[in-house]
Design a binder for this molecule. Structure first.
Ligand SMILES: Nc1ncnc2c1ncn2[C@@H]1O[C@H](COP(=O)(O)OP(=O)(O)OP(=O)(O)O)[C@@H](O)[C@H]1O
Ligand SMILES: [Mg+2]
Ligand SMILES: [Zn+2]
Length: 243
């Protein structure tokens, strides 16, 4: 073995380096450490590698949950902090978040949903209502079993379901039947459901009432939800008038 006194390339601490074995014939060092660091810096590097690996896993989970990646970072200078804090305080419940265009509903839902997914390891699913509607219609056109399996998964398999912009979906008997089944089952499982909408309760009711289970959806939501109103006046001055 061949040892040498040297210094950590990172912090400058003294390091006794094991250069490895020496070939006695050629006197050449066979194994050479490529990057000299002390034990402390080595541990730190390993910890950082482990963290960045977790970060990639979190990123994957965020994508799987359906969150648009550019919407999960909360900026308290730009954002509606009143809304953010209200949702956070009531996160374990069913939330009906209403408010007009640009009041930070989507941003707050995504930021808080992703936070629960990462910090508390919740299983979360985020859908824009319009995408959920399209997906449900496509599943039903393949097979009723597939659609019902998806409904069961959403009802029972997630700690939190987020539906953004309810009322923007194309309303069909199938879609309404699906939403009703979902809401009804989650009322039994008692796990949180958050949704946002630009519509007030009466408009949502008008939109749904021509379908069979439409009025029942509204009844369930009204029974179970805590209402949170997002106001323009709570938007920071810097954010008023756009992104
Ligand atoms: N990183 C950020 N963190 C918090 N708020 C942000 C951030 N970036 C932009 N914003 C604010 O979010 C606003 C957009 O809000 P958002 O799209 O969530 O509204 P919304 O209530 O969902 O509207 P809509 O009803 O049209 O869907 C922007 O106008 C800006 O003020
Ligand atoms: Mg939105
Ligand atoms: Zn070091």
């Amino acid at each position: 073995m061949y040892f040498k006194d040297t210094f950590c390339e990172n912090c400058g601490a003294a390091v006794v380096l094991n250069y490895g074995d020496i070939d006695l014939e050629t006197r050449a060092v066979i194994k050479k450490t490529p990057h000299v660091v002390c034990d402390t810096c080595g541990d730190l590097a390993r910890e950082n590698r482990r963290r960045s690996l977790n970060w990639w896993k979190d990123k994957e989970r965020i994508n799987d949950a359906g969150f648009p990646e550019d919407l999960i970072k909360w900026d308290s200078i730009k954002g509606n902090n009143t809304l953010y804090e209200s949702i956070k305080a009531a996160q374990m419940r069913w939330l009906w978040i209403s408010g007009s265009h640009g009041t930070c509903k989507t941003r707050a839902l995504c930021a808080l949903g992703a936070e629960l997914l990462i910090r508390k390891r919740w299983k979360v699913a985020y859908y824009r209502a319009v995408d959920l509607g399209t997906k449900v219609s496509a599943l039903y056109s393949k097979s009723v079993d597939k659609a019902e399996a998806f409904q069961r998964k959403l009802a029972w398999g997630f700690d939190l379901i987020i539906i953004d912009d309810l009322g923007k979906e194309v309303v069909t008997p199938r879609v309404i039947e699906f939403i009703y089944g979902l809401v009804d089952a989650r009322a039994v499982s008692r796990k949180p459901l958050w949704f946002s909408t630009n519509l007030d309760g009466d408009s949502l009711e008008r939109l749904y009432k021509k379908e069979n289970h439409g009025p029942a959806i509204l009844r369930r939501l009204r029974e179970n939800c805590e209402t949170i109103q997002a106001f323009k006046k709570d938007m920071p001055a810097i954010a008023k008038g756009g992104n």
